[in-house]
Design a protein around this ligand. Structure first.
Ligand code: SAM
Length: 178
């Protein structure tokens, strides 16, 4: 059995960040995470939207509002691994083979301002290119490299809607109709 993977989004601002943060959570879900953790403002409405995606497309994404640095510290103290995605970090393809896979993993993405302590608490500071870009892109590329095909090609249990990928048109099986 593989160890648990959560994505932690730091510094969430309910007024400004819902769209990009929803995209982060959807990438986390689609590419293989077990949970999405939000630090900063709480947002039950966003969690409800994410749960409704899982109700339709299957699987389970645990969602939780957490304390941020406190949660991260406890995770590491309890033996977990924390990977902070940052443009200042070590190139991700070089870093991944050094990251232990036998412990629960938290992948941390920052918000507008990342506290300096995050760099110290996380065992790995990892870059997806050393240029500033998007947390969504960084997360997707890192998770794809971490999970390989088992991430994006995994099946989601209890899905009502299952998409069969085709070259042309949309092929969606609705298990409620069958
Ligand atoms: N200015 C912020 C800071 O203090 O670091 C960064 C803002 S950036 C838009 C938001 C997040 O995207 C970062 O915290 C990081 O998690 C992610 N990110 C952006 N570029 C990245 C890169 N090249 N590699 C890895 N992560 C990146």
């Amino acid at each position: 059995m593989s160890e648990r993977v959560d994505v932690l989004r730091l510094g969430y601002r309910r007024g400004r960040d819902p769209r990009i943060t929803t995209h982060l959570a959807l990438v986390a879900r689609a590419l293989g995470a077990d949970g999405f953790l939000l630090a900063g403002d709480d947002d039950q409405e966003m969690f409800d939207n994410l749960n409704s995606v899982s109700t339709r497309f299957g699987g389970e994404l645990d969602t939780e509002h957490v304390s941020g640095l406190g949660h991260l510290k406890k995770h590491v103290e309890n033996g977990g691994v924390a990977v902070h995605l940052t443009m200042y970090g070590e190139p991700f393809r070089q870093a991944i083979p050094k990251i232990r896979r036998d412990r629960p993993l938290i992948i941390v993405v920052g918000g507008a301002k990342v506290p300096g302590d995050v760099y110290k608490i996380c065992q790995h500071n990892v870059a997806v290119g050393n240029q500033p870009h998007s947390e969504v892109a960084a997360l997707a590329l890192f998770m794809d490299a971490w999970f390989g095909e088992s991430g994006s090609e995994r099946s989601f249990k209890d899905a009502r809607l299952v998409i069969e990928g085709v070259n042309g048109g949309k092929l969606v099986h609705d298990n409620e109709d069958e």
